[in-house]
Design a binder for this molecule. Structure first.
Ligand SMILES: NC(=O)c1ccc[n+]([C@@H]2O[C@H](COP(=O)([O-])OP(=O)(O)OC[C@H]3O[C@@H](n4cnc5c(N)ncnc54)[C@H](OP(=O)(O)O)[C@@H]3O)[C@@H](O)[C@H]2O)c1
Length: 269
């Protein structure tokens, strides 16, 4: 299976890295094109893949063409690729907001998978939500699913509307989690704990809590109650989080990201 990545930025590299490390993809089977020559050199050094400056050259003879550029440059990229993509080639777009109908019209191509991956893909711990057009064959769907499985978990949805929602939740999600990790580590340092120790405690607490929420099947409130003894330290900490509006602010963050994803879609029409 030969893959071309159009745009070798943060997410493109996360996928390339995941494919090589988790799915044992041959670096020779992956070509990346990017306007930034320095970036191509870095990707070639790090992953042993071929970098080319021309998008049209990159897609030649590939089974899958991944569009991994920022939404703002999508029209320029589709202008350059229009009429160049062969009917049998599968286009996989990871571009936030870019609707299938827009991609299909701009590329004059109807064999499209739209995915929302996330950056933990680079260590095989990502989660991707994806959908496919009717023209995508069952073999191509399988190929897409196998590729996404190498990056972590994957969820197929029949309705495209869930992709914009996933963009706000899991696509942007790692950034929210990293901000929380950073803030918790800084808070531990603030009360006098060494930074290295703070970091270890926060990370393992995040990992352990996520894991127990996953394996226990219990509602998060039940798990939270297990930590909260009457009149205790956790109750005191939780009260401050509620006073600070943690739930409301998280909801507002997800709504803001979702609205932005929909807006990006409208801008690209
Ligand atoms: N980052 C994430 O966590 C994440 C998660 C899910 C989905 N996504 C989606 O993935 C896409 C890429 O995001 P990213 O964070 O990887 O962005 P990024 O780091 O900016 O990567 C985009 C790359 O494409 C290059 N580029 C710009 N114009 C190009 C052109 N005409 N032809 C070929 N390459 C071109 C850019 O070069 P220059 O820097 O020189 O412009 C850059 O190296 C976005 O649409 C985003 O919505 C990202």
């Amino acid at each position: 299976m030969k893959i071309a990545f159009i745009g070798g930025g943060a997410m493109g590299e996360a996928m390339i890295s995941g494919l090589i490390r988790q799915a044992s993809a041959e670096p020779e089977a992956i070509t990346v094109s990017d306007v930034d020559q320095g970036r191509l050199r870095v990707l070639a050094e790090r992953h042993g893949i071929l970098g080319v400056a021309e998008n049209r050259q990159a897609i030649r003879g590939k089974d899958i063409v991944v569009l991994s550029v920022k939404p703002q440059v999508l029209p320029e990229v589709t202008d350059g690729l229009r009429g160049e993509i062969q009917p049998g080639q599968l286009v996989v777009s990871i571009i936030a907001g870019a609707r299938i109908e827009t991609l299909s019209r701009q590329l004059e191509h109807d064999c499209i998978v739209r995915v929302m991956p996330n950056t933990p893909a680079q260590i095989g711990e990502g989660i991707s939500v994806w959908t496919a057009t009717r023209a995508v064959t069952s073999e191509q769907k399988e190929m897409a699913q196998t590729t996404l499985t190498a990056l972590g978990k994957e969820i197929y949805v029949a309705d495209e509307k869930y992709i914009d929602m996933a963009t706000a939740v899991s696509g942007s999600g790692p950034a929210y989690i990293f901000l929380m990790i950073e803030a918790l580590v800084d808070a531990a340092v603030h009360i006098g704990m060494p930074r290295k120790m703070s970091s270890e405690l926060v990370l393992q607490t995040m990992l352990g809590s996520a894991r127990i929420a996953e394996v226990s099947g219990k509602h998060p409130a039940e798990l939270r109650n297990m930590v909260t003894s009457p009149g205790g330290t956790t109750a005191a900490g939780l009260l401050r989080l509620e006073e600070g509006g943690l739930r409301a602010i998280l909801t507002q963050a997800i709504i803001a990201a979702y609205e932005r994803a929909k807006e990006l879609g409208k801008e690209q029409k």
